[in-house]
Design a protein around this ligand. Sequence first.
Ligand code: XMP
Length: 512
Amino acid sequence: SILIIDFGSQVTQLIARRVREAGVYCEIAPFNTAEEAFERMKPRGVILSGGPSSVIDSESPRAPQAVFDSGLPLLAICYGQQTLHQQLGGKVVTSDQKEFGRAFIEVVAPSALFDGLWNVGETHQVWMSHGDRVETLAPGFEIVAKSEGAPFAIATNEEAKRYSLMFHPEVVHTPDGGKLLANFARHICGCAGDWTMAGFRDAKIAEIREQVGDGKVICGLSGGVDSAVAAVLIYEAIGEQLTCVFVDHGLMRAGEAEQVVSLFRNSYNIPLVHVDASKDFLGGLKGVTDPEKKRKFIGAEFISVFEAEAKRIGGADFLAQGTLYPDVIESVSFTGGPSVTIKSHHNVGGLPERMNMKLVEPLRELFKDEVRVLGRELGLPEAFVARHPFPGPGLAIRIPGEVTEEKCDILRKADSIYLEEIRNAGLYDAIWQAFAVLLPVQTVGVMGDYRTYDFVCALRAVTSVDGMTADVYPFDAVFLSRAATRIVNEVQGINRVVYDYTSKPPGTIEWE
Ligand code: XMP
């Protein structure tokens, strides 16, 4: 296994993800408990993550001395690289030449790190992010790759199997980064590469049993894939110590609430309480037009309905949620700046503190596509697992302006037709997320001999790896015109359809 020591980088989880993709088990430990994790895990290698601190600051985090003393292979990234050189006798200084973003490095000497991948003299794209600069390398280190702004882009001590990188190999903007990390984990550290999601499942089941003991767990279902996968995994671990509560806010897509209830009750027999709270949600949304107010209201209402139900059930010590890694960080900036709140996600925060319960969040390290793999591993039906992501606040954030039951009904119809066309065209799995948005704008149209004055519907479809960035799906004109024609013909209340051609960034996937 590999231990990843976290110095607080926004993208530490991506390191873990790349290591998992190489078929190697890994764990992330924050720097202040890393020594314990190191002794317990007995890893074959250690990765030091990036982080926002400056090693010049005497209070800044350090890697445990035990890691260096062990003589194990070591890969150090960005901040990790600086602390490595500083701790091993090199020198780091502040630099006024900060370098962020895409950069090209030139390979100047061979290294086991890129053996079989890069050759001397070649140039490769990487994603730089650094402010401070290593001025003197620690003894035993040699430069193996450099760029104009970064003379020590990669410096290694081949004999000691220590590799230090000034850039982030874990992000997609370093195209060969995954291979570098795989090379490190498998060839340099000698990990077998036979770890799979089945192993993750078993490890998590053991962890949940250990955490929960004979306590009771209550799990909030949103109707989506994440919370369902979390619930089934927890059920495998502790059986009927788990009760699921599905707070139905009435803002789901067509047929979705029924599907979840039937899946849990009939296919799995997992204890489930279905609370139909649609009246409360729609009532509270009356007159609310501001996106953040909608999100905050739905989040708060969800908490209050859930809390009342949990009290009624009684005796639960733990609260389970299907929180994924991207939910935890909300927004990622690769540029090292502070992370700002773009949208308040209603599935994180708030609930646990108020309810004085301990959290069980078995999917916290995973990305969406990994959750799908886990869902399949747990035997969830393919049609359910492959479903496009759906936001917690549901259709409310796909209806800019005031949300009414009537608008929800119109949107549901348009959305179903759109998705049906996508399925018929065999495109569903090629798209990360596709949905209709009902605009608060009415336009004039003509149908038969009549004038119409109805709403505009926008269609959106994007491809993405993790929802953090997205590209527009390039439908052909024939497809779009078929979908538009069907929607206008079949959905009363819509007389015009437009296609959203905005990538993320600068747009977000959802409209609110
Ligand atoms: P944005 O709109 O921020 O969305 O580009 C990125 C991904 O997150 C989903 N999303 C949410 N998921 N609760 C969720 O569980 C939320 O409040 C929420 N808001 C957005 C969105 O559908 C997309 O997949």
